[in-house]
Write a protein that binds this ligand. Structure first.
Ligand code: SF4
Length: 316
């Protein structure tokens, strides 16, 4: 039986941006104009879910039996009950207000700790399109990603699946899955979901292939009220140019901590919104030549004001 689920949103959802800018979205792929799909594995059974947007919110469709209620809860949690960037507390700086306005229809996705960790590792230095090809095959092979199922997958098979993203990731993920299986699911999920600083500083970075940046990404996605911001040189550059921080001293540990603290002073929603700032870094705010004339943040940007660059007609 085909089941439909509607999730109401305050304003028309921007599903394209929702799926373009975030790590949990890498589990989804586009199957037609504006239609996205992924498979959830509940109790080992794969259930394909489609989602599309209309003016009132998100429309999901799937076939399921006894697990229908569980899947509904999972979808609502993944799409954070339809909460959009437009409703977030991004108010303490003109650039944050401009980000909120520009991305008002976007929904910031949530994810389970282990799946988010696997996606974050797969996405390290690799394009989204490549991750979107590898992830569904990996999840299907495991019958759903859990540390135990991933650790039970023979390493040569895992290496074969992950090869397009770099073979070294297979041995790292395999070792991580084995460590977490030995420790038990709760010993991982609880501290990660509980915004525990020990998890951020020790537990996650102690896992093979997980550095401080990947650890911070996982914590910022999994927690509703994150207390960390993933800082890399791109986010640091944009935050400095916008005037969200005065630190431009390079990507050292103390420097990253300082920028994260400056951003968190605007509230935890800035941490959740970090993909929006990150996207500016790749789009207009490149290291060598920021394209301020094309940037929607120009009117609220310290760098653009200093260089007297304001938005103008874009020539194509
Ligand atoms: S206005 Fe220019 S400097 Fe400011 S964020 Fe945009 S591209 Fe970067």
């Amino acid at each position: 039986m085909l089941t439909a689920l509607s999730l109401a949103c305050e304003s028309t959802p921007d599903l394209a941006a929702t799926m373009r800018l975030q790590i949990p979205a890498l589990a989804w792929h586009m199957t037609g104009a504006g239609v996205w799909q992924r498979t959830f594995h509940l109790h080992g059974q794969g259930i394909r879910v489609r989602v599309e947007a209309d003016r009132g919110g998100l429309q999901f469709s799937f076939r399921t039996g006894t697990d229908e209620e569980l899947l509904r809860d999972l979808l609502i949690a993944t799409f954070r009950n339809g909460e959009q960037v437009g409703a977030m507390a991004l108010t303490g700086h003109p650039a944050l207000r401009a980000l909120r306005r520009h991305h008002q229809g976007m929904i910031l996705l949530a994810g389970s700790p282990f799946e988010t960790l696997v996606l974050a590792v797969l996405a390290q230095a690799r394009p989204a399109a490549a991750v979107r090809k590898v992830f569904p095959r990996l999840a299907a092979e495991c019958g759903g990603l859990t540390p135990r199922r991933l650790s039970e997958l023979p390493l040569p098979r895992l290496a074969q699946l992950v090869r397009p993203l770099g073979e070294v990731k297979a041995s790292r993920l395999h070792a991580t899955a084995a460590i977490l299986t030995r420790r038990g699911a709760t010993a991982f999920d609880r501290p990660i979901g509980g915004s525990d600083s020990h998890a951020l500083n020790y537990l996650l970075p102690s896992l093979p292939g997980v550095g401080t940046h990947t650890a911070a990404i996982v914590m910022a996605i999994v927690n509703d009220v994150p207390d960390t911001v993933p800082i890399d040189q791109h986010l640091m550059r944009v935050a400095y140019r916008l005037g969200l921080t005065d630190h431009d001293g390079g990507l050292t540990k103390p420097g990253s901590r300082r920028v994260a603290a400056d951003l968190l002073a605007y509230g935890p929603d800035v941490a959740r919104a970090h993909p929006l700032i990150q996207h500016v870094a790749y789009d207009t705010c490149t290291a060598s030549t920021p394209d301020c004339r094309r940037c929607f943040l120009a009117e609220s940007c310290r760098y653009a004001a200093r260089t007297r660059v304001m938005p103008g007609p874009v020539r194509v």
